[in-house]
Design a protein around this ligand. Structure first.
Ligand code: ZN
Length: 234
């Protein structure tokens, strides 16, 4: 039966995802998110509903007498409206954003200690076939990316080939495809395409380029394709 055939693979993928969110890794994620300034909102909701409000200095987590470090009146605290993590997007836009604002794309390929060989293979295949800007390995969280990753940037004209190519050659890896406009935070959080499962991206603190910086992230291809892209039996 098809269902019986597919079951082991599905279980494996679910287990991989469960491993990704294991307590140890959740700790790493929490640290990365906290470092990026997300603590006042998402993280604090788990810790205490009043974390967005200025309060007393942090209390030691352990009390020798077994008392709660938060006291016993937390349920009485007011519920302030948190500051938006989407500044500038509180109002409905009057008209659509021109798609021509997209100047290029990035593909970020995520992996871990169990899937790095798949990432290496996909990286090699990509460099052999596409003229892209291939970044180096990120063995630790880097920028808004909270797991090991690598990326390649590509020009808009490659999009109609790269998207289906990645769909069929992801090897099950999680891949973030984001455009490059003049709004990097939105590029990473709201203008995204994902291949397979999505995962957290800590881009809330990303800002638009300042004076003297490129208005939009630029792509400088550094690969020399040597393999013709496979197109089927013909
Ligand atoms: Zn990127």
């Amino acid at each position: 039966m098809n269902a019986a055939k597919q079951a082991p693979e599905a279980e494996l993928n679910d287990q991989e995802w469960a491993d990704l969110l294991s307590p140890a890794r959740r700790g790493v994620l929490a640290a990365a998110l906290a470092a990026g300034g997300l603590s006042a909102n998402a993280l604090a909701q788990q810790a205490t509903p009043s974390a967005a409000t200025p309060g007393p200095a942090p209390t030691p987590r352990r009390r020798p007498n077994g008392e709660s470090p938060w006291g016993y009146e937390t349920y009485r605290e007011a519920t302030p409206r948190p500051a938006s993590v989407r500044p500038g997007e509180q109002h409905l836009p009057r008209e659509p954003r021109p798609y021509t604002d997209i100047e290029s794309y990035h593909a970020h390929i995520y992996f871990d200690e169990d899937t790095y060989e798949k990432a290496a293979l996909l990286r090699k295949w990509t460099a052999e076939r596409f003229k892209v800007e291939l970044g180096n390995w990120n063995h630790e969280p880097r920028g808004p990316h909270v797991t090991p990753s690598f990326y390649f940037g590509f020009s808009n004209d490659l999009l109609p080939v790269i998207v289906p190519w990645l769909q069929l050659n992801s090897l099950g890896l999680t891949i973030l495809l984001h455009p490059n406009t003049d709004d990097p935070r939105a590029d990473h959080l709201y203008y995204t395409l994902w291949v397979n499962r999505s995962q957290p991206v800590n881009a809330y603190a990303m800002k638009k380029p300042g004076p003297g910086e490129d208005r939009v992230e630029q792509i400088y291809p550094n690969t020399r394709p040597s393999v013709k892209i496979e197109t089927g039996r013909a």
